[in-house]
Design a protein around this ligand. Structure first.
Ligand code: SF4
Length: 350
């Protein structure tokens, strides 16, 4: 027997879970899609995917996970509708997700899309005025069903054609969560949102994204993934530095360097104490420089790294610096350790 199918955009949040449930109640079969940003740390990604699978399993829905590609990064670089409070181009991002979902919709034989959008809930993409823009730019006018605000929106094609009735759906507006929470209780849904949220909405992460855009002119998933790691410093337009904050970050920095060791724009640095006849190892972070530094910037890189080593201020330090490339070059830089807080403050990208 033919059963109508819909494809829901799943964000991992309660609203999209409820949207799926409300459409399931119309008798329509629902599949869901999640768009995975290509710059999460490996373990973050694994955890997130597991959480998403667990959440969606409550509704017995098939989940498609699509990893976003270069086209998404180009949108992040120059969003037509601009950014939100951080580096989050929500309206463009949402339009792109819907366009990609429309392709999948056809592939799986679904007849319309479903989202958990709520009128007036978010400043940009979920403002009622944004819905016509979204519908028009995606070319999906009438095919995007938003069951949580169904009563407030014009009827969609599936309603007009009598495929579905949304009379049982609420008319939620704005940021209030009362109705959603009542519905979650009614349907017995666990709605623990996946940890972390969207990195692009994080103001600190956003500053690092804008720094990258300003100095590199483009984004790639490797550089974006590094932004979630360590302390970031901009020493000059041509040179930036990342200093690990703990053992885990140090080993990720090391892994990144070795994976990209043919890249002569990479510099791996470790601070030791300068003693005679040879350097004495001291605990401290691994640091990585990226770019084309001048000799002064290599010196500054070394000095800055002593700030986070166990060396006391005034101790003589030796920075061992390995440069990537076809042949690795090891150089040593002598500096006097500093603990001056003004130094990192001056260069930190925050
Ligand atoms: S919160 Fe992040 S994933 Fe969601 S629409 Fe905005 S930028 Fe895109």
């Amino acid at each position: 027997m033919f059963r109508l199918k819909a494809l829901a955009l799943f964000s991992g949040g309660l609203d999209s879970l409820l949207a799926i449930k409300l459409i399931q109640e119309t008798g329509v079969e629902v599949e869901a899609v999640y768009f995975l940003q290509p710059f999460l740390q490996e373990e973050q990604e694994e955890k997130l995917v597991n959480q998403l699978k667990e959440l969606i399993s409550q509704l017995h829905v098939k989940l498609h996970i699509i990893r976003l590609d270069q086209r998404y990064l180009r949108i992040l670089e120059t969003p037509r509708h601009g950014y939100g409070k951080a580096a989050n181009p929500c309206l463009d991002c949402h339009i792109f997700f819907l366009q990609e979902a429309a392709v999948l919709m056809k592939e799986i034989g679904a007849s319309f899309l479903v989202t958990g959008e709520v009128v007036g809930q978010r400043p940009k993409s979920q403002h009622q005025g944004a819905f016509p823009v979204i519908d028009q730019e995606t070319g999906l006018a009438g095919l995007i069903v938003r069951p949580l605000s169904a009563g407030l929106l014009p009827p969609t094609i599936p309603e007009e054609k009598g495929w579905i009735s949304l009379r049982h759906c609420p008319s939620i507006q704005g940021r209030q969560r009362k109705i959603q929470l009542e519905l979650a209780k009614k349907y017995g849904l666990n709605y623990q949102a996946p940890a972390g949220g969207c990195l692009l909405t994080n103001v600190e992460y956003g500053r690092k994204v804008f720094d990258l855009l300003k100095h590199e002119g483009k984004l790639d998933s490797g550089s974006l993934r590094l932004l979630g790691l360590g302390r970031h410093f901009r020493l000059s337009p041509k040179f930036k530095v990342i200093i690990g904050r703990n053992r885990e970050e140090n080993s990720k920095i090391l892994r990144y360097f070795y994976k990209n060791r043919r890249d002569e724009r990479l510099f791996l640095l470790k601070i030791d104490e300068a003693r005679e006849p040879r350097a004495y190892r001291v605990p401290g972070p691994l640091a990585m420089g990226i770019g084309a530094p001048s000799p002064e910037e290599i010196n500054l890189f070394s000095l800055l790294s002593t700030r986070y080593s166990d060396l006391a201020a005034g101790k003589e330090a030796v920075a061992r610096i390995l440069q990537g490339g076809a042949e690795h070059r090891l150089r040593k830089e002598r500096v006097t350790a500093t603990k001056d807080p003004a130094l990192p403050q001056k260069y930190r990208i925050t």
